[in-house]
Ligand binder design. Sequence first.
Ligand code: HEC
Ligand code: HEC
Length: 340
Amino acid sequence: MRIIYILLIPALMLLMVSSGCREDEASPFYEPSPALPVHFPSLPVPNAKPLTKARVKLGKKLFFDPILSRDSSISCASCHLPQKAFADPRQFSLGVDGQMGKRNAPALFNLAYGLSFFRDGATPTLERQVLFPIEDPSEMHNTLPVVIERLRSHPTYPGLFQQAFGTQPTVDGLTDAIAAFERTLLSYQSPYDRFLAGDSSSLDAAQQRGMQLFFGEKAECFHCHGGFNFTDEMFHNNGLYEQYADPGRWRITGKASDMGKFKTPSLRNIAYTAPYMHDGSLSSLEEVVEHYSSGGKAHPNKSVLIRRFILSEQEKQDLIAFLHALSDETFIHNPAFRPE
Ligand code: HEC
Ligand code: HEC
């Protein structure tokens, strides 16, 4: 046994040295850089879905490539714009043939920590989520056999799938690669994060007052938008309507108590992602604060935390100033999240 090890170790070392110039082999796994701050949990990555550089690279190419849509006109990034924290500034996104969707496209970041995806939590994994936009008639309106056929007859994709998965293009490879890229979309460098790391000058006086309001028992925001990612990952009715055109979580569970409940969105990068709410019905953070302080509309499922409270003009501005402190400019401008 021992002898085998003794022989193996120099052989392995030789292998590592000889491939040293090829980045993918020398450090095959994606690492957040700079490292995640201590107030972030370590990055959850499923064992069977390692974040290799080859997978992330392939996933990024696919994310920005209109090849996935039926008429090759739109990519994931047509509705998830990198400079908008991967949200869509339009109230409703347009799919192929100008088809209009029914929900506002959410921002995409820190998805590796997500417990469910879509505003009603329709899918439990990032991998499964990928299939929906590809097949949705109001989005890419394509079929998987067509997509896989296109990728297999493409000049570069077969090689990239080979590097990433050791196979030709497959549906599993496609969804694993895009999910891998999505897990690298990490946002953790806002002024608020620098504040938590000890730099008290990164929030000005208004933002610090706004932070007290946000985490206080008058505005109650933190009960739902709490934790390192400003979301409890749960579903709530926040009193937008008396009658909901979009039933939200009810669509998944069929329970009357879930009518009008939607997943709590993270508030990181919120200044970049207007319009707001599942239907993009509120166009500014001022309108959002007005909504909450008014106590919202009467609905049997409205959370008890949504009730009228009075804020002075100054307090409203402070609260909004704090929300701006959650903007992560490095995330918005990160070249790693732009097409090559
Ligand atoms: C035509 C516009 C459009 C396209 C194209 C599109 N999306 Fe989306 N995306 C949306 C909308 C709208 C939602 C919200 C739908 C819902 O909640 O029911 C969404 C939701 C998501 C979510 C869930 C986020 C969360 O926080 O729950 C992910 C992840 C996502 N899209 C990734 C992708 C990927 C990957 C692609 C490409 C394969 C893609 N999208 C293509 C519009 C689009
Ligand atoms: C009872 C839980 C709850 C409380 C308390 C709460 N929110 Fe929300 N918030 C939600 C849910 C759920 C949504 C998504 C609603 C939808 O999609 O229609 C949301 C959406 C938002 C949005 C829009 C996010 C987006 O991406 O569209 C903002 C901004 C926001 N809340 C800010 C606040 C602020 C500020 C407070 C405190 C004044 C607050 N929230 C209190 C649950 C809550």
